[in-house]
Ligand binder design. Sequence first.
Ligand SMILES: [Zn+2]
Length: 234
Amino acid sequence: MLTEAEVLSLWEAGLGQPPVRRSLALAVAGGAERPDELTVGQREGLLLSLHEKGFGGALPCQVACPDCGEQLALTVDVTELRTEEPPRESATLLADGVAVEFRPLRCADLLAVSAETGDARLALLRRTVIAARRDATEIPVAALADSVLEAIAVALPEVDPQADISLALDCSGCGHAWLAPFDVGGYLWAEIEACAHRLLFDIHALASAYGWTEAEVLSVSPARRRFYLEAGAW
Ligand SMILES: [Zn+2]
């Protein structure tokens, strides 16, 4: 269980931060000791667990059908998004005659590339390359064709299955079926922000009405707080 004070601290720490740093801070709150070394999938797994701990395992979502625009409301369970398959150290693929050994993306890669300029997607894919060879000749990463890098993008879920979280959806309006990527970090942050805003409004109302400090308001149980708020509205 996340305490209300912890939710407020997480919200304050994440305010104004780019999503990559925010998700990293949330992964630390979820128990990561060396967050930079986490693969993206390991980070997503921690964020799913943190959601479960703080807000429960059910994730209500609203998604617009990309075909007809119909708004679909659904509730996804954390267990549907979680995979038990751990990341692999590396894998090899063959694309355009080039044999590439690659590894999963790590949080350190995301941090490094978010600070760079240029094509972030290709820069990230280049960072996953351990070695590339055509026949016996080593190819420098900078010389790899975009098509080879795109082949790595397609194969990345094989080495880090939890990094690829998608919902298989079909529209009740037009029957269109599609895979919608699910942004765990964005979802969790929206929950934290909404919860923090509710708490801060309650603190403001009760502090104004009774002269309590923030800590005093938070020490009152939510049920009693609700009563005092309603009593204050009379
Ligand atoms: Zn539709």
